[in-house]
Design a protein around this ligand. Structure first.
Ligand SMILES: Nc1ncnc2c1ncn2[C@@H]1O[C@H](COP(=O)(O)OP(=O)(O)OP(=O)(O)O)[C@@H](O)[C@H]1O
Ligand SMILES: Nc1ncnc2c1ncn2[C@@H]1O[C@H](COP(=O)(O)OP(=O)(O)OP(=O)(O)O)[C@@H](O)[C@H]1O
Length: 758
């Protein structure tokens, strides 16, 4: 039977299309599938289960057996001729060049393995030459193998995404009120381990989250901070009480017709259902008393409820006085409804239902949502703004343990300052992952340092942590050196007097002492990062770039800029600052040529190469590929070694370069994007929030890399340290234009604070 028909017959239409395509290709393949159904199960059974094509392993094995029967026939012999056989290939000579590329005999590809086959196709574009050594049929087989590998990678990526979505959907963002049980105070987590995709991230971890304290979780990119937050939120760590509500803000809210304010308010399901019940009761009572329905309106509402209930009580009493049985029934129902209405009203007051809207609006306003924006449907917002709605919901819900992962990445300076103040008054426990020193210093009472697969807790803010941990490393180093000296000294004594009978007793006691000498604490010191921005090999002479009377508006949108007149050269170093949505990224787009002015003219020297880095580039990575495969795909004319070198210039070592990108951490992905955009050796770097996701050592490396870079740098950032250490000038975007801000970033922050108070 034809493999696709066989797959369709076994799985019907229900399964994941990509996975089933892959299965059909495997069935059709002479390389991968061995001799029987068990081999097939080995090859793709797990994938069938993960993708939901079959419910469990047993069903997967059964499906493989059915496939085998359909293709090979009941007796196990091939039911059809040719490609559908399960044959292992005969061997031929394997002639590898120094890069395992050129003379691989295709009939041996199965022995060489998948990675090498990928090597054949990746890199320097010479793969096609290799085909000259092969027959057309063998080349086609290798191509097919490559396609299959890609499909397999895509299927693994999809399965990963499905799992992640399932986990996220399982986390309810909902106000939970204590129903009388003991309140959750401190959390003590002991001897726990955390791993991700086989990578052991924490071993025998211990930490305590004391109620009311605010913990900054810090550590280098990829050490496992996000993974730890996910484990906490999914209660995958022992020791978390059942009644402890944990909320991890990880995903933006869904974009639909719900307004921003309702998206926040709807988390309080008790409030919503009480309000709905109240409305229903009032309508019933009003109908039976003959009065008009009372409109539901926050504060006055309560008095109206009271009035309606009283009116109905009187009406019910009057009705109750009537001798007629039916009327008495109606009166009883009215009384019950009135009583329930009073109960509902009381509970609504208890949970501050009428203040909820004002509270939600204040949170949204703090996160820079204007009143009009609060009433806009969430589908009209960009991802960044929907992320803010998610943050607003979490602050509104106020869980026992709030987990925030780099919250400042989504916010402008104004909103960061507001969030800092808000969190300072946070009444419960907070764990926040951040690489922003100022934010951590302001918000945190304690720092958790994830390092060498262990967590160490430090009392105090980030600066205190840094000082203490530096001292700890220094002391540990001094202790280790002293111990080493002592050891050497003892050993020298032993060696010297080993054969001296007069000193035998002393030597013996030294030997014992040496054995007893305890090991001192060894503190691993992180290797130093280096970010190397390639130097452009060619120079471009002025003029470099100039704006003349530029005006810009997005189609159908308001005019964002008018009369932009400025020039740039290759020594320009400035940061564009301004509130969210004012047009900073748009300005970078106009400079890079990604956007065209609606009026005026932008001159760009055609010899100048520009590179733009933005979150958009990080989001645009092909996550199913490894960084190396991705670079080879984008720049196929260069050799793999060149790409490896470029990736390592941004702190992506060989092992990470080979991992699929969906397994990389946020900071690791940022570096891949940076390696990609700077590969062309640009003269001008346009960087939109380049330090987002990077750990502090990486930001320091970025600062150093930019200092050594032989070209112009224009950045949009709210990272004070980065700005102060890399640029000469601040350009403030205000009132549809850009002006040099004469002052430091600190001055700019002060001005913003004054403006927000005014
Ligand atoms: N399948 C896998 N194989 C190997 N390593 C994996 C796999 N999946 C995830 N990892 C590793 O697990 C780690 C998870 O990182 P995580 O996102 O938790 O780090 P992080 O500390 O939050 O980083 P960042 O500061 O960049 O956000 C990464 O180092 C990643 O490379
Ligand atoms: N492609 C687009 N089409 C229409 N409007 C857009 C588009 N991109 C941005 N805008 C709007 O243009 C305005 C300026 O956006 P821009 O992203 O340049 O601001 P920003 O200052 O960089 O904001 P942020 O600090 O949030 O990144 C915003 O009101 C935004 O909604």
């Amino acid at each position: 039977m034809d493999p696709r028909a066989a797959v369709a017959s076994v799985f019907g239409d229900g399964g994941d299309e990509t996975v089933l395509e892959y299965v059909a290709a495997c069935v059709d393949d002479q390389f991968e599938w061995g001799q029987d159904a068990e081999d097939a199960y080995e090859a793709f059974g797990e994938m069938l289960v993960d993708s939901g094509c079959v419910p469990d392993d047993e069903a997967a094995l059964d499906a493989c057996r059915r496939l085998q029967r359909l293709i090979k026939g009941e007796d196990g012999n091939a039911a059809s001729s040719g490609a559908s056989n399960f044959r292992a290939l005969e061997g031929g000579p394997v002639l590898l060049d120094e890069m395992n590329r050129v003379s691989v005999h295709p009939s041996e590809v199965n022995k060489i393995g998948k990675n090498m086959i990928q090597g054949l196709f990746s890199g320097d574009g010479s793969a096609e030459e290799d085909f000259s050594l092969m027959t057309e049929k063998d080349a086609a087989k290798i191509r097919k193998q490559k396609e299959r590998t890609e499909k397999q990678e895509m299927a693994a990526f999809r399965a990963h995404q499905a799992e992640a979505t399932k986990a996220l959907n399982g986390m309810k963002v909902q106000v939970v009120r204590n129903t009388g049980g003991p309140a959750v105070r401190d959390l003590h987590l002991e001897n726990f381990s955390v791993s991700n995709g086989g990578a052991e991230l924490i071993e025998n971890g211990n930490c305590t989250f004391a109620f009311g304290r605010r913990y900054g979780l810090v550590g280098r990119n990829g050490t496992g901070k996000t993974t730890l937050l996910r484990h906490l939120a999914q209660r995958a760590i022992k020791g978390i009480p059942e009644n402890c509500q944990i909320l991890h803000v990880e995903q933006e809210v869904v974009g639909d017709n719900t307004t921003a304010i309702d998206a926040v308010l709807e988390c309080d399901t008790e409030r919503l259902s009480l309000l709905a019940e109240e409305q229903e009761l009032m309508e019933k009572l009003n109908a039976s008393s003959g009065t008009a329905a009372v409109p539901a309106a926050d504060q006055q509402h309560q008095q109206q409820i009271g009035a309606a209930a009283a009116a109905n009580g009187t009406a019910a009493a009057a009705h109750g006085g009537a001798a007629n049985g039916a009327a008495a029934g109606v009166a009883d129902a009215g009384l019950a409804q009135s009583a329930r209405l009073a109960e509902v009203g009381k509970r609504l007051l208890e949970i501050d239902a009428y203040g909820a809207k004002a509270r939600a609006a204040a949170i949204l306003a703090g996160l820079s949502f204007t009143s009009e924006m609060q009433e806009k449907p969430t589908k009209k917002f960009s991802g960044g703004w929907r992320m803010r709605v998610a943050l607003a919901r979490a602050l509104f819900v106020e869980p026992d343990l709030l987990l925030l992962d780099e919250p400042t990445n989504h916010l402008d300076l104004h909103a960061v300052l507001w969030l800092q103040d808000y969190l300072l008054k946070w009444p419960k426990t907070l764990v926040v992952v951040s690489h922003a020193r100022e934010f951590l210093n302001t918000v945190c009472t304690d720092v958790l340092h994830l390092h060498s697969r262990a967590i160490t807790t430090y009392r105090g803010n980030y600066d205190t942590f840094e000082k203490t941990s530096r001292e700890r490393v220094k002391n540990a180093k001094a202790a280790a050196e002293a111990q080493d000296m002592k050891r050497k000294h003892m050993q020298a004594f032993i060696d010297k007097f080993r054969y001296n009978a007069n000193r035998a007793a002393l030597v013996q006691s030294r030997i014992k002492a040496l054995e007893r000498l305890a090991d001192v604490e060894v503190v691993d010191v992180d290797p130093t990062y280096i970010f190397r921005f390639p130097t452009p090999p060619d120079a471009a002479s002025p003029p470099i770039l100039g704006f003349t009377d530029v005006e810009f508006a997005y189609p159908g949108g308001p005019v964002l800029f008018t009369d932009l007149n400025f020039g740039l050269d290759l020594t320009s170093r400035f940061a564009i600052v301004g509130p969210n949505g004012i047009g900073k990224s748009t300005l970078l787009g106009l400079i890079s040529g990604e956007l065209e002015p609606t009026k005026g003219h932008v001159f760009r020297n055609p010899k100048v190469r520009l590179a733009t880095f933005s979150q958009h580039h990080v989001d645009g990575l092909d996550l199913a590929l490894s960084p190396l495969a991705y670079m080879c795909k984008i720049y196929p004319q260069h050799k793999e070694e060149v790409h490896r070198g470029q990736l390592s210039s941004f702190g992506i070592p060989a092992d990470l370069a080979a991992q699929p990108m969906y397994t990389l951490s946020g900071g690791q992905k940022s570096r891949v994007a940076m390696a990609r955009v700077t590969f062309t050796k640009p003269h001008l770097l346009l960087l939109d929030e380049p330090s987002n996701h990077l750990d502090m050592d990486a930001v320091a490396a970025l600062v150093e890399g930019l200092a050594l870079f032989q070209g112009g740098v224009l950045m949009v950032s709210h990272d004070q340290h980065l700005i102060e250490s890399t640029v000469d000038e601040l350009w403030a975007v205000e009132n549809g234009t850009v002006k040099v801000f004469h002052g430091t970033f600190e001055d700019y922050k002060r001005r913003l604070k004054l403006m927000s108070r005014a």
